[in-house]
Design a protein around this ligand. Structure first.
Ligand code: PLA
Length: 429
């Protein structure tokens, strides 16, 4: 058999060499001559550089991927148990274009609330998405198709991929103030001014909780004010909720911003992701939802979301959705999940304290209060790009050049090394 394949292969090569098509082949080698190398991704490029570094001391605090205190990736116990239960079913069929109905149903409860009237009234158009990125992209494409002249207001700073997503969907971007570098906190006044000055009925991207990269969220009171102003201006709020549970350790508490907007009667959109809070990074499971005026509109909007998905990827992957619906559909597994989310959030909070204390013990002349004040997966350290470059070249510590430290990668084992290196590169500044 192997011999037959080899013979066939060599016959094909002979035919190609002797045919007039060989002339075309040399032309084809120039097909892509105008293609320039793409710039490295500011986040995933850091992982590539980390993997290529042979140093035994290397530390990766670039991408926001949770590690246990030994620096190892984590598969949650609830996920292991769900996989054990799924294993017996061997179901490999396509999901519908909108994904797993059960998974979407459970996911909406997390965002809109267990007893949400909007869920009961079937006012939400929702589809399973390729994690949070896919949900954002699907929404951006939907926005472009049905509000073709609209723009999107994006906070400064934000997750770098937001810019790519709306750029590729060809939605023009505007920015709004968010972070105040001097106070290392929220620029509430700047934010409110921008919301006020945006044209009536503008689209705004909001981080529902655990803002990436700053770790700075509005307070509950501030969310109420933002919501009121949105109401007055008739703006549309699109919430990216990639870290539900990672801010406070409690997914319900972390949905507060969304619940406030719902109480105020907004028709919002939400991107949800299970990458972080269920550790399902590579499974690519998430949800895009759009709250509509009534059931009829929700059915229509969902049909259009599916229509967008069909030529892009047809239907979403099955396995991750099965894991999620198995966990959230079983009260015992769900409460195990909630415990595990809290454990992850608490470990990060603990590492914030240790990092700050270590820097203070080293006698750092700078204030590191923000390390413990900020929340979620990231610490927006205030390190300059040049200081980050030094951390990488001299200490093999990898992070994004905006000074963002993924606290999820900080462990008892590396926190001292990290603090010392940060102290060395910042002490003369
Ligand atoms: N939205 C925000 C705000 C994010 O930070 C991320 C992931 C996503 C959406 C998308 O995540 P998902 O598609 O995996 O669900 N941000 C990571 C990874 C963790 C990345 O850049 O893709 C980060 O390191 O910022």
């Amino acid at each position: 058999m192997a011999m037959r394949i080899r013979n066939l292969a060599s016959r094909r090569t002979m035919m190609m060499n002797s045919s007039p098509i060989s002339g075309l082949r040399s032309m084809s080698s120039s097909w892509w001559k105008n293609v320039e190398p793409a710039p490295k991704d500011p986040i995933l490029g850091v992982t590539e550089a980390f993997l290529a570094d042979p140093s035994p001391d290397k530390v990766n605090v670039g991408v926001g991927a949770y590690r246990d205190d030994n620096g190892k990736p984590v598969v949650l116990d609830c996920v292991r148990e769900a996989e054990r239960r799924i294993a017996g079913t061997s179901f490999m069929e396509y999901l519908p274009m909108g994904g797993s109905v059960k998974m979407v149903e459970e996911t909406l409860k997390l965002a809109y609330g267990d007893n949400s009237e909007f869920v009961k009234d079937k006012r939400i158009a929702a589809v399973q998405s390729l994690s949070g990125t896919g949900a954002c992209r699907l929404f951006a494409d939907f926005q472009k198709r049905f509000c073709p002249g609209s723009q999107i207001y994006i906070p400064v700073p934000t997750w770098s991929n937001h810019h790519n997503i709306w750029r590729d969907a060809q939605v023009p971007q505007k920015t709004y103030h968010y972070y105040h570098p001097e106070t290392k906190g929220l620029d509430f006044k700047g934010l409110m001014d921008d919301v006020k000055n945006a044209p009536e009925g503008s689209f705004f991207l909001l981080h529902a909780c655990a803002h990436n990269p700053t770790g700075v969220d509005p307070t509950e009171e501030q969310w109420r004010e933002i919501s009121q102003l949105f109401k007055a201006k008739n703006h549309f709020a699109f919430f990216d909720m990639a870290y539900q549970g990672f801010a406070s350790g409690d997914p319900a508490r972390d949905a507060k911003s969304i619940r406030i907007f719902l109480e105020d009667g907004h028709h919002i959109g939400i991107s949800q992701s299970y990458a972080k809070n269920m550790g399902l990074y590579g499974q690519r499971v998430g949800c895009l939802s759009v709250l509509c005026e009534n059931e009829k509109q929700a059915v229509t909007v969902k049909s259009q979301l599916q229509q967008l998905a069909r030529p892009m990827y047809s239907n979403p992957p099955l396995h991750g959705a099965q894991i999620v619906s198995t966990i959230l559909g079983d009260p015992e597994l769900k409460s195990l999940w909630l415990k595990e989310v809290k454990i992850m959030a608490d470990r990060i909070i603990g590492m914030r304290t240790t990092l700050r204390e270590s820097l203070e013990k080293l006698g750092s002349p700078l204030s590191w209060e923000h390390v413990t004040k900020q929340i979620g997966m990231f610490c927006y350290s205030g390190l300059t790009p040049e200081q980050v470059d030094r951390l990488t070249s001299e200490y093999h510590i990898y992070m994004t050049r905006n000074g963002r430290i993924s606290m999820a990668g900080v462990t008892t084992g590396n926190v001292g090394y990290l603090a010392n290196a940060i102290h060395e590169v910042t002490k003369s500044s």
